[in-house]
Design a protein around this ligand. Sequence first.
Ligand code: BTN
Length: 250
Amino acid sequence: MILETGHPVRHFDRIDSTNLEARRLSEAGESGPLWLWADEQTLGRGRLGRNWVSAPGNLYATFLFSIGAGAEAAAQVSFVAALAVHDTVMALRPALAPQIKWPNDVLIGGAKFCGVLPEVVGNMPLRIAIGCGLNIGHAPEGTPYPVTALGQDLAIDRVLAELDRALSLRIAQWDEGRGFAAIRSAWSSRALGVGGSASATLGTRQLTGIFRGLADDGALVLEQADGTLSPIHAGEVHFAELEELRRKTR
Ligand code: BTN
């Protein structure tokens, strides 16, 4: 199957993980651009080493492509992808009013409906796999955070086509890092909690401050009470605005 953008799609009824397949293909010399799409994953992977429950009924897809820029630029892809997922929901269901949560979650009414897992899967040229899991027909149970789904009436292939269109436009805008200012500004205006209070857990340390936005490398910038700007690269961050939203919708 070929999408409107010209990107080919390899479809699997069942696979371990579309990100793992992207890595295998890259190791065999494939540099994309192409999509790997599975109805079901037996080893779906999430961020921070978690698993991603991947029963049929949702979208599990990975976009494999290559860039001329170096690995520093690859760190920005997370924001490009989150924006593309946001654009996709705005194109299909604008009333759902999605919001982005740093770094690349997209929430609906404070509940997570999608996960993005960008990985560098090869070098020379640098190959990037952007794994996207979007809950469409159902949301998994037993998650430590609220979850939701886009709606059973949406066809999964339609969501993939829309995501492909949005991702292609955002990747072009990003321009391998030269357009990151535009990405950062679009991301910030759609993100939860910018300008509000946030707290981050860094090992045993807890930092609290005001979320000032994104650094060039995608770090979350937290301004502490004494004016220090601390970049947060990874870990769990809690946003006061999100806690408040979840309290109201509980
Ligand atoms: C997250 O934890 O938020 C990221 C989840 C990413 C899941 C997608 S589903 C398609 C692709 N294949 C995987 O194994 N993971 C990603």
